[in-house]
Design a protein around this ligand. Structure first.
Ligand code: NI
Length: 256
C-alpha cells in the first residue's frame, strides 16, 4: 500500500536540520510521492531544489495569499519561466486568507486572479488556499473558468455544500490532518459525503499535525493517519482509500 502527500512544505525552516531524515521516513512509511508547495519566490526556489534532488518529490510554484503584496511582474515572470521545469506539476498555493489578512484583501484578490490566469495559460492545475473566504473563493474560481485546468481546494475547511459545489466545478477536495480531531464534525461530514474519487490526502506539513502529534511538527509520513481516518469515516478498507486517492492525485497532477 502506498500513499501520496499532495501538499507539503518541505522547504520551510522547520525541516532545515533533518529534511533528509524526514523524507526517508516518508519513504519507509510507504509515501510514494510528495508534492512540495511554494508560498513565495524564495520558497519556490527551494522547492525546486528539493524536487531536483529526489525523484519522487514534485513541486508547485505559487504565491500564498499571506505574501500577496509581494506578487509583482518579476515574481509572476519567475513562476512562468520555471513552470516548464519537468518536476513542476501545478501552480500554487494561491487563494484568499481573510482570517489572518497578512496581505490587504485587494492585494490577495489581485494576486489570486493573476495566478489563475497564468495557470490557465500554462494549462497547469491550481492549488487553492481558502481560509474564511469561502464565498469569494468559489465565485472567483467560477469567474476565471478554472475548470479548464482543474485543481484542488487544499486543506478544505468549508462545509458539505461548498465541497459539492467545488467538485461540480471539477475540483478535488484535499483532506488534512485536522480530520483526525475528535470534534471536527464539518470535515467528517465532508469526508462522508464527497465520493472518494474526488478526494486527495495531504499533510500541509510542518503545520496541522494529526491527532497523535497535535501541536507538534507535522511531516509527510503522517499522511497515513489521514488515510486511516477517511477509511474509518467511510467504512471502507484502508487499501481502497490508498488506491483511489493515489490515482486521483496522479490524474490531477499528471504524475507517473
Ligand atoms: Ni500549504
Amino acid at each position: 500500500m502506498t500513499l501520496i502527500d499532495s501538499h507539503a512544505h518541505l522547504d520551510l525552516p522547520e525541516f532545515k536540520k533533518d529534511r533528509h531524515a524526514v523524507i526517508q521516513r516518508a519513504q519507509n512509511n510507504g509515501i510514494e510521492k510528495i508534492i512540495t508547495i511554494g508560498i513565495g519566490i524564495r520558497e519556490c526556489r527551494q522547492a525546486l531544489k528539493i524536487a531536483n534532488q529526489y525523484p519522487f518529490i514534485y513541486a508547485a510554484l505559487g504565491m500564498h495569499p499571506h505574501n500577496a503584496k509581494d506578487l509583482d511582474l518579476q515574481a509572476l515572470d519567475f513562476i512562468e519561466k520555471n513552470a516548464g521545469h519537468a518536476k513542476v506539476v501545478g501552480i500554487g498555493e494561491m487563494g484568499l486568507d481573510f482570517y489572518r489578512n497578512l496581505s490587504p484583501r485587494e492585494d490577495q484578490i489581485r494576486c489570486f486572479r493573476a495566478q489563475l490566469d497564468l495557470a490557465l495559460g500554462l494549462k497547469l492545475p491550481v492549488i487553492i488556499h481558502d481560509r474564511d473566504a469561502h464565498k469569494e473563493t468559489v465565485s472567483i474560481l467560477r469567474e476565471e473558468k478554472t475548470w479548464e485546468t482543474g485543481g484542488v481546494i487544499h486543506c478544505f475547511s468549508g462545509d458539505v455544500d461548498m465541497a459539492l459545489e467545488c467538485v461540480d466545478m471539477g475540483f478535488y477536495i484535499s483532506i488534512p490532518g485536522t480530520v483526525t480531531f475528535k470534534n471536527a464534525r464539518t470535515i467528517h461530514n465532508v469526508v462522508k459525503t464527497v465520493p472518494l474519487e474526488n478526494l486527495l490526502l495531504e499533510t500541509d506539513c510542518p503545520f496541522l499535525a494529526p491527532a497523535p502529534y497535535r501541536g507538534k511538527r507535522n511531516e509527510p509520513a503522517y499522511v497515513t493517519y489521514v488515510a486511516e481516518k477517511i477509511a474509518e469515516i467511510k467504512k471502507i478498507p484502508l487499501k481502497e482509500v490508498a488506491r483511489v486517492t493515489t490515482q486521483n492525485t496522479k490524474k490531477l497532477f499528471s504524475l507517473p
